[in-house]
Ligand binder design. Structure first.
Ligand SMILES: Nc1ncnc2c1ncn2[C@@H]1O[C@H](COP(=O)(O)OP(=O)(O)OP(=O)(O)O)[C@@H](O)[C@H]1O
Ligand SMILES: [Mg+2]
Length: 226
């Protein structure tokens, strides 16, 4: 059994808007082992979010391969890819993408439904995760009734509620002050150390990256340091 959970081979992504092409990724090859906690850094526009969205199956590559647990997800059907994503991956988006009409708890319940089906899910677990993120008093608030940092933490809770093997987080501390960044990073550390979850986190913050065992540096669509 290989210990590699996530692998890419010569991944490229070209966006086309009208006649303008943007080469967001120019050939990225990397492999991530189970249980790694990896930071992805690099200046704005260098392709970090694009890479994460490809890894999470939210976008299709222009060329190249993505393997999750040894399975080539570039070759499977859209339905299969969605299934793999739902079972194995938790995603924290750069924009929160919370469901506006649902409360914090309701947003977690929506994510649980994929794994646990209809019913009430696991209310205790939802409460525990929200408390860990200092949101125990905000369970019944809708996104519009939460601050930006609180919304970010609800989005994080949603990504981890189903204990995915892989957590992909796009600037999870981007909206947070020092204290709340620490709360989030400590939670990642705990998930990583205690449960062996694999985490890839995009960050602009060198202090956040210090929590990670590995730092991947990108520039202009390529990995320039690892
Ligand atoms: N949907 C899209 N259509 C067209 N161009 C896009 C699209 N998404 C991203 N791009 C372009 O691709 C390049 C890489 O974008 P990406 O979002 O991956 O950067 P990033 O490293 O995440 O930057 P940031 O740190 O600002 O979030 C940029 O030049 C961006 O303008
Ligand atoms: Mg980005």
């Amino acid at each position: 059994m290989s210990n590699i959970i996530l692998e890419t081979e010569d991944l490229t992504k070209v966006y086309k808007v009208g006649k303008v092409e943007t080469h967001a990724l120019r050939g990225v090859s990397l492999s991530i082992e189970k249980g790694e906690f990896v930071a992805i850094m690099g200046q704005s526009g260098c392709g970090k979010s694009t890479l994460l969205h490809l890894l999470g199956g939210l976008l299709s590559p222009t060329s190249g391969k993505i393997l999750i647990d040894g399975e080539d997800v570039s070759k499977v059907s859209d339905a299969k890819r969605t299934d793999i994503r739902r079972r194995k991956i938790g995603f924290v988006f750069q924009r929160f993408n919370l469901f506006p009409t649902l409360t914090a708890d309701g947003n977690l319940r929506l994510a649980e439904r994929i794994h646990l089906g209809n019913g009430n899910g696991n209310p205790e677990k939802r409460r525990e995760i929200l408390s860990l993120l200092k949101l125990e008093n905000k369970m019944n608030n809708k996104p519009i009734e939460l601050s930006g940092g609180e919304q970010q933490r609800v989005a994080l809770a949603r990504a981890v509620i189903n204990s995915p093997a892989i957590i992909l987080a796009d600037e999870p501390t981007g909206n947070l002050d020092t204290e709340n960044s620490e709360i989030v990073l400590n939670m990642f550390n705990k998930l990583n150390k205690r449960f062996g979850q694999t985490i890839l986190m995009i960050t602009h913050n060198p202090e956040a990256a210090e929590h990670c065992g590995r730092i991947i540096q990108m520039r202009d669509g390529l990995i320039v340091d690892d």
